[in-house]
Design a protein around this ligand. Sequence first.
Ligand code: URA
Length: 426
Amino acid sequence: FDAVSIIRAKRDGRELSGTEIDWIVQAFTAGVVPDEQMAALAMAIYFRGMTRSETGRWTRAMIESGGTMDFSDLPMATVDKHSTGGVGDKITLPLVPLVAACGLAVPQLSGRGLGHAGGTLDKLEAIAGWRADLTAAEMVEILANPKIGAVICAAGANLAPADKKLYALRDVTGSVESIPLIASSIMSKKIAEGTGALVLDVKVGSGAYMKDLGDARELARTMVELGNDAGMRTTAFITEMGTPLGLTAGNALEVRESVEVLAGGGPADVVELTLLLAREMLSAAGIDDVDPAQKLADGSAMDRWRAMIDAQGGDPDADLPVARHTEVVTADRDGVLTRLDAMGVGIAAWKLGAGRERQGDAVQAGAGVQMHAKPGDVVRAGQKLLTLHTDTPERFDAARRSLDGSWSIGSESDTVSRPLLIERIV
Ligand code: URA
């Protein structure tokens, strides 16, 4: 095989053979096929797409580029969730300990934020002492502990290394938003992780990769097929990401809100989505006699959270970092907040320091955006709409600029209220 013929074939719209795919993924991982050739191929795939069988083979090749994990010796069933990413999407934080409190083991491998979308690991690192890097043996030990059963950590270097390299390359060459590439990237990691079942939360709207429902549906279907074909029971929800989830976007800010949910409070949309995903995860594991709402109410999810944070070196009682500077954005007139755009808020949180420009940049734990109203709420002129938090006040201007045009105040009849759950794909 040679890379140029494979690139040309995809450029011209030809289906790649299984052996071509195996060869190029393996040769890229080994450094034999250089970045510029893989970048050209990723762009050709972006434009030409991949068939179901190509996507399946591509996913398998990425899994086989590294090792796999195996939790089949655990006494309880394993189930995981994955969100395609959004603004204020802190659901993993309350969800993982909640599902463990319901009797399942949750081996959640998470990522870091890039650009406007936050990352679960960055959020948890706002907790003093908390460690994202665990060995496989540490993961198993925490999962097997009947008082914990939940872990959220970084994927080890040997888990789908082809994806790590390819994702970094796509990120800097404008080829992230390709359905077969996103689906194979996400699913290669989840299949290699070895979880028994998987629930996907595919986001659609301004704050998501997929801006339109047709694309979100195709991404969800592709991932559900890849998972089920690999013997992992997989279902997906398509959920709304036009407006931020909850009332916070930022690292420590989102941890605080998640703890509120675990304490039985928190914003209604965060609670609703947490419970929706928890029920789906339980049902995927065949458990239908446990009510997750009860586990939030009786404190057992909170106990799991505390044990989980502690097992990873964190202090669940530590004060969370607070940004040194704040500024408020106020309503300019009376009316109803008809729109609060997820992308605008996500970019503002990022510019304030909650996210990173380049992989490897440090993030500010305290930075982000706190929302005081959500679409549908009545607001008065001069009332606080948003509080911006940062350690570096020179960032306020850029954040304010990204919020320009991101919200509207009108009359009640202008409010477009969309349900959180749009579709379930099985
Ligand atoms: N998340 C991933 O892990 N991979 C992608 O390609 C996009 C989002």
